[in-house]
Design a protein around this ligand. Sequence first.
Ligand code: ZN
Ligand code: ZN
Ligand code: ZN
Length: 260
Amino acid sequence: MRVLFLGSGTSFGVPVIGCGCRVCASADPRDSRYRASVLIQSGAAGSETSIVIDSGPEFRLQALRARITRLDALLLTHAHADHVGGLDDVRPLTHEVELPVYGNAPTLAETRERFGYIFRDTQEGGGKPRVELRDPGAGAFRVGSIELLPIPVLHGALPILGWRAGSFAYITDCSELPEPSYRLLEGVETLVVNGLRRQPHSTHFSLGQGIAAARRIGAKRTWLTHMNHESTHEELEEYCASLGADVGARPAYDGLELEA
Ligand SMILES: [Zn+2]
Ligand SMILES: [Zn+2]
Ligand SMILES: [Zn+2]
């Protein structure tokens, strides 16, 4: 399975509008972070299964950059603007088939509210994406050749989802992993987990908390995502190595590609 980072930034993205800090002004392309998202692909080119996790405000730019030509499913972690803001831009990928969009009940309810026009009868030629919201419930399900397992996580008080596919798991906007979810993550080797910054935050793991969760899960390779503009990529490399060499902790960056 191939995993491509479409974005690795927190809700503002990096650079932040109006900010002239050294990270926002950095010339290192790895210091530019679109809103957090990944593309997962499995199978031979031409007949592969393609899944995107989260469609933030840069979805169109991300899809063009990654040359996405078709999608089998969109998985949502939750319905905050930085994770669903680009939902309308899946439209060109839904001409031939409806795109299944998976999320938990609160996420689907909020998506329906934020994008009310998509789900209302409107005049012909209104130009709407054809999406079908699906709540997968608690168990594993399959999209093409990829078996997926929703992982309940807490984002402050909000129940949201992480997603597992084989020995790969993607968790973002987590501030607490409920006990039963650790069991659902047993055997995960490659983990993507959010780490906002060095200091704690009320609704997001810090870098250290993300790494501590990876350690408890027993991950062999840990990629931090949803990062803000506090540190450059190089500084994050050093910080992650100092805290989490045992779980292979490293900062992700836009365009990073993994085999998982
Ligand atoms: Zn977020
Ligand atoms: Zn900045
Ligand atoms: Zn959020």
